[in-house]
Design a protein around this ligand. Structure first.
Ligand code: ADP
Ligand code: MG
Length: 217
C-alpha cells in the first residue's frame, strides 16, 4: 500500500448504456495523486472528465478497475462506509450553483460542518480573501463565489478536493486569481478538470483526457 497516494485509479473503466448501445466513457484509466499536489485533467467536451470526477468522488461506481482513497479500496465498501469516506476525506467544488442563495457567505461555508466552528469558517474565508461574511450569493462575483466554495470544501479537513470545471464561468483574470488562491493553501491535494488547456502551466501534474483515455503530460 502506498500511503503517500491520496487517490489511485487502477485500470478504471466506465461504460454507460444508452438506447441499448454501450458508451465507453473511461477506458483503463490509471493514475495516482500524491499528497499536497495540484493536478489538472484537461480535455474536450465528452472526453470523460465529469465521469472521472464522479468516480473519484465515489458518487458513481466503475464498471471495471480499482479506486483507492488513502489506501482504502473503495470497491468493497457498503453505503455507510462509502458515505463516511466521502464526508471525512473529500471536498467538492462544481462549476456553478455551489452556494445556497438564502444563506450568507459564512453560513454557506459552515454548511458541511459537523461541529459548527465559526472561528474556523472565518479563518478559511480569510484564507481565500473574503472579508465580509454577511454578504449573500446574489451580491458576489463568480470569482468570489468559487473562492467561497473552495473555503467550504476545506471545512472538514478533507484529504482530497475534487473540482469539476470550477473556472468554467470565470474570465481569464478571475481564473488566474482563483488558481493563485489554490496555490496559497498549503497541503491541499486537488484534482481539477478544465477544457481550458492553457491552464496547464499552473499545475504540478497535468493529464489529458480524450475519448475516455488518459495521458500523462
Ligand atoms: P466531459 O465531462 O469530459 O464532457 P462526460 O464524462 O460527461 O465527459 O461524458 C463522457 C461520455 O459519456 C460522453 O460520450 C457522454 O455522452 C457519455 N455519458 C456521460 N454520462 C452519461 C450517462 N449518464 N448515460 C449515458 N452516457 C453518458
Ligand atoms: Mg463535463
Amino acid at each position: 500500500m502506498n500511503t503517500e497516494s491520496i487517490l489511485t485509479f487502477e485500470d478504471v473503466s466506465k461504460v454507460y448504456m444508452k438506447g441499448g448501445r454501450k458508451i465507453k466513457a473511461l477506458e483503463n484509466v490509471s493514475f495516482s495523486l500524491k499528497h499536497g499536489t495540484l493536478n489538472l485533467i484537461s480535455g474536450p467536451s465528452g472526453a470523460g472528465k465529469t465521469t472521472l470526477i464522479y468516480l473519484a468522488g465515489l458518487i458513481k461506481e466503475p464498471s471495471n478497475g480499482k479506486i483507492m482513497v488513502k489506501g482504502i479500496n473503495t470497491n468493497n465498501l457498503n453505503d455507510n462506509e462509502r458515505a463516511n469516506l466521502i464526508r471525512d476525506e473529500i471536498g467538492f467544488i462544481f462549476r456553478r450553483f455551489n452556494l445556497l442563495p438564502n444563506l450568507n457567505v459564512l453560513e454557506n461555508v459552515m454548511l458541511p460542518m459537523i461541529i459548527r466552528d465559526v472561528g474556523k469558517a472565518k479563518e478559511l474565508l480569510e484564507m481565500v480573501g473574503i472579508k465580509e461574511w454577511d454578504r449573500f450569493p446574489r451580491d458576489l462575483s463568480f470569482e468570489e463565489e468559487q473562492k467561497i466554495a473552495l473555503a467550504r470544501s476545506l471545512v472538514n479537513d478533507p484529504s482530497l478536493i475534487l473540482a469539476l470545471e470550477p473556472t468554467g464561468e470565470l474570465d481569464h483574470e478571475q481564473t488566474t486569481n482563483f488558481i493563485k488562491t489554490l496555490h496559497k493553501i498549503s497541503g491541499i491535494t486537488l484534482l481539477m478538470t478544465s477544457d481550458n488547456e492553457p491552464l496547464r502551466k499552473f499545475f504540478k501534474r497535468t493529464y489529458q483526457l480524450e475519448n475516455g483515455k488518459l495521458k500523462s503530460i
